[in-house]
Design a protein around this ligand. Structure first.
Ligand code: PLP
Length: 494
């Protein structure tokens, strides 16, 4: 590959003119002289204890799956085994440069190659690219692949992408960014794709249907084979949003449901940490029809040697530098290796069991609009809170005081005052029981002291935020925070 040649040349030149370089004794790392810092860095100096206190206190203000229950629907916040972190932080994995010669990274390529085989086995797809760095990035990659496929077949009038009204916001956003017209179809009273509505919008302008199964209500699209036939019959393709793959492990293959393209959210289904914007990984799988359009490079194995393959006939090019988020893929690889097929089957079984167990408990407290057996998550409505002048958001904020990360709220959009709960397979019965008891307590408070919920959370450094401003103009330094206090009437909270 061209990159490797450049790297070899660099190493060669460097050996030739070594007086231009320094090798600090301590690290042994070789650096060009002109790039070596001449002055100390000028970092602020504090005592060790101040530093330790600062970071310890900061970490206590954060909430993660290691602190407590995090039933964030749609986002699969399962426990991330620490052994995977440890392995991924080994120097052999963190230090190699992506431009190193293939001969020096055979083990790394072998891992990517094997991970590709695992994902193919799990999904039934024919080819995988590791380049996308998140689910949404996988979606845009997949939709660009679908566009390339249609264009290649001179089918250039396919301008529409169909999404159900329960779909995740990234689906229509992706379709629109890729230049398609988004056609939304209403779900039926069971919360599933309405076949009559689908029929109405199917024509020879449809490029694809984007679907997640189980859908965002946690319900399995039981007519998926019929849906896929209907879409294929008009020449469209099926895109699988893999954010909800967790309950299908070892049970249903995505290809067998008729999907042509899929993204995997390694940071959800395959247990790599996420939140705060990454890092993530959203590999994309495709069936044989789409293989020749995949981004380059792919990994090839010949006679026990692994190489990068740039020879992909109609490749869409690159979706990201190099080969994907290597260390994230590595963590998922170990996750799969440590569980094996039986372990993965047990993950899906427990995820479904936990969700149905909790659903049955909570549906005694809050309305459950779609009553069918759920898969890994379920959606309740907080409408009952309205009688006390309260909303789902108030319940969610009060849960923080009880030590929980709030579930996803107000999504999917088709449920009024939605609360979407995904307990995941890694939670114990005790945790689920305690959560149900605490929710019941909060509902009693809602009746007796609604203000307690209205003003929640009471236990955090800041209370209710203007969430749009907080997301768009976050205050990330102490100086900024002090400035903000000066110019607003915000009170610092202890
Ligand atoms: C159903 C669904 N699709 C797509 C996405 C997007 O994935 P990511 O957050 O990795 O970009 C999410 C994430 O919340 C999701 O829940």
């Amino acid at each position: 590959m061209p990159g490797n040649k450049q790297m070899n040349k660099f190493i060669f030149d460097f050996n030739e003119k070594s007086e231009d370089y320094v090798t600090p004794v301590k690290t042994g790392i070789i650096r060009p002289n002109h790039m070596v810092r001449q002055q100390p860095l000028g970092l602020p100096q504090v005592s060790e204890v101040s530093l330790v206190r600062h970071f310890t206190n900061l970490s206590r203000k954060n909430f993660g799956v290691d602190n407590g229950f995090y039933p964030l629907g749609s986002c699969t916040m399962k426990y991330n085994p620490k052994i995977n972190e440890k392995i991924a932080s080994l120097k052999d994995f963190t230090e190699p440069h992506p431009l190193m010669d293939e001969d020096l990274i055979q083990g790394h390529l072998e891992m990517l190659y094997e991970m590709e085989q695992f994902l193919k086995e799990i999904s039934g797809m024919a080819g995988i690219t590791f380049q996308p760095s998140a689910g949404a990035h996988g979606e845009i990659t997949g939709i660009i692949l679908i566009k390339a496929f249609h264009n290649h077949h001179k089918d250039i009038d396919r301008k529409k992408i169909i999404v159900p009204d329960s779909s995740h916001g990234t689906n229509p956003a992706t379709a629109s960014i890729a230049g398609f017209e988004v056609v939304e179809i209403k779900s039926n009273p069971e919360g599933l794709v309405d076949l009559t509505e689908l029929e109405k919008v199917l024509d020879d302008q449809v490029a694809a249907l984007m679907l997640t199964n189980p859908n965002t209500l946690g319900l399995f699209e039981k007519h998926i084979l019929k849906i896929s036939k209907m879409v294929h019959d008009v020449g469209g393709l099926l895109y699988y949003d893999g954010a909800n793959l967790n309950p299908l492990f070892g049970r249903v293959k995505i290809a067998d449901m008729g999907f042509d393209v899929v993204h995997f959210n390694l940071h959800k289904s395959f247990s790599t940490p996420h939140g705060g914007g990454g890092p993530g990984a959203g590999p994309v799988g495709v069936n044989k029809k789409i293989m020749s359009f995949l981004p380059v490079p792919l990994i090839k194995k010949k006679d026990d040697r692994y190489t990068f393959d740039y020879n992909v006939r109609h490749s869409i090019g690159k979706m990201r530098s190099f080969y994907g988020n290597f260390n994230v893929i590595l963590k998922s690889y170990f996750y799969i290796l440590s569980l094996g097929l039986e372990g993965l089957r047990s993950v899906s079984e427990k995820a479904i069991l936990n969700a149905n167990y909790l659903k049955n408990q909570l549906s005694r407290l809050l309305e459950l609009p779609y009553k069918n057996h759920c898969m890994h998550e379920f959606v309740l409505s907080g409408k009952t809170l309205n009688q006390w002048g309260l909303h789902t958001i108030d319940l969610a904020k009060r849960l923080i005081d009880y030590g929980y990360h709030p579930p996803t709220v107000y999504f999917p959009l088709i449920v009024d005052e939605a609360i979407m709960i995904e307990p995941t397979e890694t939670e114990s019965k005790e945790t689920l029981d305690t959560f149900a008891r605490d929710l019941e307590r909060i509902l009693k408070e809602a009746k007796s002291d609604p203000d307690k919920l209205k003003k929640a959370p009471h236990s955090t450094p800041v209370g209710r935020l203007d969430e749009v401003t907080a997301a768009r103009q976050p205050i990330v330094t102490y100086d900024e925070y002090k400035d903000q206090l000066r110019t607003s009437n915000l009170e610092p909270r202890t």
